[in-house]
Design a protein around this ligand. Structure first.
Ligand code: PEP
Ligand code: MG
Length: 744
């Protein structure tokens, strides 16, 4: 069956025109399924148009239509699920269209063609004899429809495209579709200002002080406007701006510059350019991107000096914000309901703007190429945050196609959101713990859903990176407290600082030839017990009276590391018990299993820890010796490699009766989650976007039937075979949303 499927998909993809592709599809499907008739109906102007057939009247193609919900075909499109009937004319929805000439057919099987939750059409097979199609036949047609859907959509879109419209590539910083007019961010004054002398330093300093004050007030207001939509990180970012504005060193430098005889504008320009230069020369991408935040502040100060009190008016209709480099305050300037999407010419997917866009659910592209910013002014744009493309002045047909895709995405998100209203139980009623990976954005709001059991990984690196020096115990405590309180009693697993590797701190420069094999995670924490203790103490203080904290230690490779962490935890408990004058209890402490050494020692380590969570990102990196950040070897980074599968299995076997989970990216992918469930994992932690789909997968799986799948997975020669088996299994479930490529 798989080879037949491939053959059909390949032949359809090779067709020169969309008509030829559809004709190939119905001919080959009819032959493969040995049916008398196969037809394809495609959505067009809200109706289902007979677009190709092998068995019905050829004259009806391109003419005969059914309304949404009309006839059995319309019902399939409306319900978005297959209908399999032994005798279709007896069904109450049956509608005979005389011109299609289908009187002779009795049995009827129709499946929806869905791409990313957008209903594209209906694929039908019919036979003269009255018989029910088998489950295998139904599953074949469902799989075929899901595999062909992306092609059919792409072809329809290409056909709708007018050669006048323009398409440019960009990197997807946040998924989704946005269609709206462009709004170019308020033009900024050039940070490099002419050198102008002034003879009254006191007056110039007074102007600067005023500008600092007003800018600070303006930013406080903007920060407040966004605080309902995104939580901690944005607060931290705006705190950072405020900290910078009141930074004594910055003020001293500005004062010294006016004392040297420069005009206020020149002084701001000189000092801020110097700061920007320092950040831009840092080797780490994250900190280079912070230079944009400092430039933003400088330009705001210059703006205040030149045009004091100037307010930017909010747009009346939703807009796509366009800028060379989007910054958080630019986003804050537009009310959320007037912001449809984001286009940034510079910046990376790690920029604050990208982080915020994801947190706010705003489709965003960064690093857009091939077009100048000025060319976008006043134009209608489409942000295709699925394929990473910007469309300028799209035709009506293209807009219609994207609107329909947008509706499909909304419907999918809605369906998956609803999914989370139920506890996560498999088809055979076994509970699976679904947890959230948090810390980089502010997704914690989803925690109120019954389908999510808590946070399985809170990465604390972003918090440390948002400060200009190590955050104090009190500063950390505030963030952790808000997090633990907001979880409404659900468990929050906070990982101790995992800097090093690709995540250095600006205030802790580490120069290493092999940073991923260097001073990372727990190694750094144990070499700096002062820092580690301050984090642990902040965590204990934050959890005081709450009982939902778990502490997790990254990058463990030796037993004595676990023992040392335990000792330091106990020391912090004793200290705080004394300081607070009441008993403080130690929360559960566990480790990340991500260094291959753990594979051989986990059995011994268990007595020293309360839980463990596999970090499959690093485990894959270290097992396969493939740098996870190096695009050149990314094809070799394969979490389905038989060695990784065997390692995951071995970890699960050594942990029977213990609390074991997994929090790498693998848990949030459909084939990955299926594999983990087959290997016995019952606790999966992932990003917000993946939770609904994985919940849906679990609900459709009978976990008691998975052991043979485990055996099969463990005996494969390569990652490709492992993946193929998992895909086949997903296809056999007969649920279109669970077939990768159609569900995402
Ligand atoms: C991992 O390594 O799988 C993991 C979850 O941690 P990080 O990606 O933060 O290293
Ligand atoms: Mg890791």
């Amino acid at each position: 069956m798989i080879s037949t499927l491939r053959h059909i998909v390949q032949r359809v993809s090779q067709a020169n025109t969309v008509e030829q592709a559809m004709a190939e599809l119905v001919q080959l499907t009819r032959a493969a399924m040995h049916t008398d008739c196969c037809s394809l109906y495609l959505v067009e102007s809200g109706t289902l148009l007979l677009s190709a057939t092998e068995g019905l009247s050829a004259e009806a193609v391109g003419h005969s239509r059914l309304a949404w919900g009309e006839g059995i075909v319309g019902l399939v499109a409306e319900r978005e699920e297959p209908i399999n009937l032994a005798d279709a004319p007896k069904h109450k929805a049956f509608k005979l269209l005389p011109e299609v000439r289908e009187e002779a057919y009795r049995s009827f099987l129709a499946v929806p063609v869905i791409h990313r939750s957008e209903a594209l059409g209906v694929l039908v097979v019919q036979q003269k004899i009255a018989r029910q199609f088998s489950e295998e036949e139904e599953s074949f047609l469902v799989t075929l429809a899901s595999q062909l859907a992306p092609q059919l959509r792409e072809r329809a879109l290409t056909r709708a495209q007018d050669p006048q419209s323009l398409i440019f590539p960009g990197q997807v910083a946040a998924e989704g579709i946005a269609i709206a007019p462009a709004r170019l961010a308020r033009p900024k004054l050039d940070l490099v200002q002419p050198e102008i002398a002034a003879d009254d330093p006191e007056k110039e300093w007074h102007r600067i002080e005023q500008a600092l004050l007003v800018t600070s007030e303006e930013l406080a207001e903007l920060g407040g406007r966004l605080s309902d939509e995104v939580a901690s990180e944005l607060g931290i970012l705006f705190d950072c701006y405020q900290a910078l504005l009141s930074d004594p060193q910055l003020r001293q430098s500005l004062q010294a510059s006016v004392a040297d005889g420069w005009q206020a504008e020149t002084a701001v320009s000189k000092v801020v350019c110097q700061y920007v230069g320092q950040f831009e020369s840092m080797s780490d991408e994250y900190f280079r991107e912070r230079a944009a935040d400092i430039r933003e502040l400088g330009q705001r100060l210059l703006d205040q000096l030149a045009r004091p009190g100037l307010a930017s008016s909010a747009p009346k209709q939703p807009v796509i914000l366009v800028a060379k480099e989007i910054t958080a305050p630019m986003l804050a300037e537009i009310p959320r309901d007037k912001l449809a999407g984001i286009i940034s010419f510079k910046g990376g997917v790690n920029s604050h703007a990208a982080i915020l866009a994801r947190a706010m659910g705003l489709p965003a592209l960064v690093a857009v190429e091939g077009v100048r910013i000025e060319e976008l002014a006043e134009k209608t744009l489409v942000v295709d945050g699925l394929e990473g493309r910007l469309w300028i002045e799209p035709t009506d047909e293209v807009v219609k196609a994207f609107r329909s895709l947008e509706r499909g995405l909304e419907a999918r998100s809605e369906r998956f959101r609803k999914q989370l209203a139920r506890p996560c139980l498999s088809a055979d009623h076994q509970p699976v713990t679904l947890l959230l990976n948090a810390g980089l954005t502010s997704e914690e709001r989803v925690l109120s859903k019954p389908g999510i059991n808590g946070i399985g990984l809170y990465r604390t690196e972003a918090l440390f990176m948002a400060f200009n020096q190590f955050p104090t115990e009190q500063q950390q405590e505030r963030v952790y407290r808000r997090l633990l309180n907001g979880a409404e009693g659900k468990v929050v697993t906070i990982r101790t600082l995992d800097v090093g590797g690709d995540k250095p701190l600006p205030y802790l420069p580490i120069r290493e030839d092999n940073p991923f094999l260097g001073w990372r995670g727990v190694r750094l924490s144990l070499d700096h017990p002062d820092l580690f203790l301050s984090q642990i103490r902040a965590l204990l203080r934050a959890a005081d009276g709450l009982d939902n904290l778990k502490i997790m230690v990254p990058m463990v490779s030796r037993l004595d590391e676990i023992q040392s962490c335990r000792r330091l935890l106990e020391q912090a408990v004793v200290e705080l018990t004394e300081e607070l004058g009441r008993p403080v209890t130690a929360p559960p402490m566990g480790i990340m299993v991500e260094v291959p050494a753990a594979l051989f020692q986990l059995g011994q380590w268990w007595q020293w820890m309360d839980f463990a969570s596999v970090g499959s990102n690093d485990l894959t990196q270290y097992l396969l010796a493939v740098d996870r950040n190096n695009a050149q070897v990314s094809a070799s980074f394969d979490s389905f490699h038989p060695a990784v599968v065997a390692a995951l299995d071995q970890i699960a076997r050594q942990s029977e009766g213990r609390e074991l989970g997994l929090c790498g990216e693998l848990a949030g992918e459909l084939p990955g989650a299926l594999m983990l469930l087959a290997l016995g994992y019952r606790q999966l932690s992932m990003n917000t976007q993946s939770l609904g789909a994985i919940h849906y997968l679990v609900e459709n799986l009978d976990l008691s039937t998975l052991p043979p799948l485990r055996q099969q997975l463990l005996s494969q020669p390569d990652g490709e075979s492992v993946r193929r088996i998992l895909m086949r299994y997903l296809e056999s479930l007969g649920v279109p949303e669970l077939i990768p490529g159609s569900a995402r």
